[in-house]
Structure formats: C-alpha cells, structure tokens
Design a protein around this ligand. Structure first.
Ligand SMILES: Nc1ncnc2c1ncn2[C@@H]1O[C@H](COP(=O)(O)OP(=O)(O)OP(=O)(O)O)[C@@H](O)[C@H]1O
Ligand code: SF4
Ligand SMILES: [Mg+2]
Length: 353
C-alpha cells in the first residue's frame, strides 16, 4: 500500500506526568514524567515504530492515542481533530476508528467469553451488521488472521488456544470494525520468533487490505526494521531520533540508537570478521552505566552517554533537530555517518529479529 504524505495522527508537545500516591514507605507523592514534549506525526497508511527500552514511555504514548489516558499538556489530533475534546457521538466514532492490540491478549479477551462473542462484541456495541450476518463477518475476520477453518474456533475459549492463536483473536477483535488507526503494543513479546514473524505478516496484510495506519510499539529495533516505514526512538520519555527505519538502522546518528543497535544479536560476515552473538561491552558505541539525578535540565541520556561532553550535555536539554529532510535527532554531538562500519541490510551482515 502507498503511504501518503497526509497525517492521520499528530502529537503536538504532549507531556504525561503520573502522580504516584503516598505509600507506607513514602509519605510524599512523587511525579513521574512518562512522556516529555512529544511531537511527531503518523502518516496515513504508515506503520510507525516507537522503540525504546523498558519504562521509556512507549505504552503511555499508545494509551494516550487510544484515549485510555489524557495528556497533562499538549494536543493529540486524529485526522486533524483534537481527540481530548471529543464527546458523545464523535467520541463513539473515535472508539470505532482507533483500536489497540495489547502485549497480553487477555487484556482484551475475557476468559469467560467464547471466541465468537469476543470478536462479535464490537459489532454489537457499534450496531454494525445484524444477527443474520455477524457470524459470517466474524468467520471472515478469523480466516484473515489465519484461524482456519474459522468455524472450529467460534465455540472455543481463550484458554483453549495457544498464545499465538490468542493474539490472532485479539487482532481479529481489533480489526473487525475496520479501524483507521491501530496501536499494537508489543504484540509479540510473549511469543517465540517464528510465531512473531507470522503476526507481523498479519499486520502487514491488514495494512494492505484495510489501509489501516499502525503505531507499532516495541523494544526491538530488529522487529521495527522488519515492519515499520519510520521509527521514533524514545528514551526516558523524550524522543531521541526520528526518521525512515532503513536510515535509522543503517546510519544511527544518536548515541542511544547506536547503543540499541549494538545490543542486537548479529550473524554473518562483516569485513574479515565472522560474527555470531552481540558485541562485547567495549565494542558497543554510545553507552555507559549510570543514573542521573538532579533538578536542572540536562540531556536525559547524559549519565549513560559515552561521547557526552559534560559542559554542554549536563547543562541543557538538546532540541530535536533535522539532520536531513525527515531525519531528526536530539543530541548536541551527533555521530558522523562515516563512523558506521557494519549496517543491517548490507549484503554480509544481518541483525536477528
Ligand atoms: N499509571 C501509572 N502510574 C504511575 N507511573 C506510571 C503509570 N504508568 C506508567 N508509569 C511510569 O511511566 C513511565 C513510562 O511507562 P510506560 O509503561 O509508558 O513505559 P514503556 O516504554 O511502555 O515500558 P515497557 O517496555 O516496560 O512496557 C515508567 O516510569 C512507568 O513506571
Ligand atoms: S546531547 Fe550529549 S549526552 Fe545527550 S546524547 Fe548527545 S552527546 Fe550524549
Ligand atoms: Mg509498555
């Protein structure tokens, strides 16, 4: 499918702060900045990957987009409309158009509800079809996600399926309304590699078939490379690098993205060296051990950043700036492209999914 230049989603300066309640161990409540000033857009028909390690704010961005949470600051638009202001019929229409696939299918599947009821329920809620044709619609969608023959699955319950089959049902439930936007939050992190690849292919097929745009959330750059047109790399709530996935993987310019890529398992021959496994710690670019504490503004990656220069990086927050059209990074000292010697997609060296 052709990705158009039109935007379906726009995040404009979105910040989300969670306030934790006082507990037995701590009387004061603490603030967690889960997302800081996020500005990015997703194009119509695009699969956009949001990548980062645990706690970086990926799920928060997804939950804000489907309106499971509200932003503390900033605006999120779907098709040009501010979603925070939706009410009544327009909110219902939004709920139909924007769906979420969770990491754990049990977050959308009730264990006491049959597969037929689970996939049919959104049709009933939104008044689509009738008792005569809904069974046919459900069967058709189950077949599209690879559950065949579909009639064998209708009366089963989630616990009677494998993990991969459960995730297929969750995709069918999300897709039966033919949404325009889907958030897929680590949909394969509980599955093994071969089943994950099948799920990725279902998502690619759904994009082709229904022209749906997808926000694909993952901690794996390799999975994102396989599936996504563009990537956003996020660290501690801040977007660090943004651009076409091929460019980001082949020529990462941010020290954090470089560190993520160096952590990928590799196999194949690069130059005269045969690789299998991950790089040694001293071979990895960009990353040190460290935790930063303090109140003043500084680059969030500074405490772990190998090429950091304290006089600048510890005293100001870099802005997200374009290096070339469509490729932006948040760093005072971008790596030079020539530093990259081993790239995914080259003929001899591969990163595993
Ligand atoms: N409801 C909440 N209340 C308080 N803090 C929260 C809440 N939800 C998320 N957080 C915090 O916000 C930050 C971002 O969390 P988020 O779940 O978005 O990260 P993530 O990138 O999806 O991580 P993971 O890869 O582990 O799923 C974390 O520090 C997390 O502890
Ligand atoms: S701004 Fe400085 S600390 Fe931050 S990523 Fe760039 S070099 Fe590292
Ligand atoms: Mg998450």
């Amino acid at each position: 499918m052709e990705v158009t230049g039109e935007h379906i989603v726009e995040f404009e300066g979105v910040t989300k702060i969670y306030k934790s309640k006082a507990s037995l161990f701590s009387r004061s409540s603490e603030e967690v900045v889960a997302l800081r000033d996020l500005t990015l857009n997703i194009r119509k028909g695009e699969i956009f990957g949001l990548v980062g390690e645990s706690g970086s704010g990926k799920t928060t961005a997804g939950r804000l987009l489907v309106k499971l949470e509200e932003p503390t600051e900033g605006v999120i638009k779907l098709d040009g409309t501010d979603i925070t202001k939706l009410k009544g019929g327009r909110l219902k229409e939004f709920r139909r158009n924007v769906q979420m696939i969770f990491q754990d299918p049990y977050q959308s599947l009730n264990p006491q509800v049959s597969i037929f009821e689970a996939v049919c329920e959104p049709l009933v809620i939104h008044g689509i079809g009738n008792s005569g044709n809904r069974k046919e619609m459900v069967e058709e969608m189950l077949a599209l996600v690879g559950l065949s023959p579909p009639e064998d699955f209708l009366a089963r319950y989630p616990h009677q399926l494998s993990g991969g089959q459960r995730q297929r049902v969750a995709i069918a439930r999300a897709m039966i309304l033919k949404p325009t936007m889907v958030v897929a939050d680590e949909p394969t992190s509980m599955l093994d590699a071969s089943i994950s690849a099948q799920i990725f292919n279902i998502l690619l097929d759904m994009r082709e078939r229904f022209q749906v745009s997808i926000l694909f959330i993952t901690h794996s750059l390799a999975a994102a490379r396989y599936l996504c047109d563009r990537l956003g790399v996020i660290y501690k709530g801040s977007l660090m690098e943004l651009g076409p996935s091929g460019v980001i993987i082949a020529e990462p310019r941010h020290p954090y993205t470089q560190a993520l890529i160096d952590a990928l398992p590799k196999f194949g021959q690069c130059g005269s060296v045969f690789h299998y496994g991950t790089l040694l710690a001293e071979e990895r670019r960009g990353i040190e051990d460290g935790e930063g504490k303090g109140t003043k503004e500084f680059c969030p990656f500074f405490p772990r950043c190998r090429p950091a220069r304290a006089e600048k990086c510890a005293n100001a927050m870099p802005r997200l700036e374009n290096l070339s059209p469509g490729h932006a990074i948040r760093c005072f000292f971008p790596a030079r492209p020539s530093l990259q010697v081993e790239t995914a997609g080259s003929s001899k060296c591969y990163y595993g999914i």
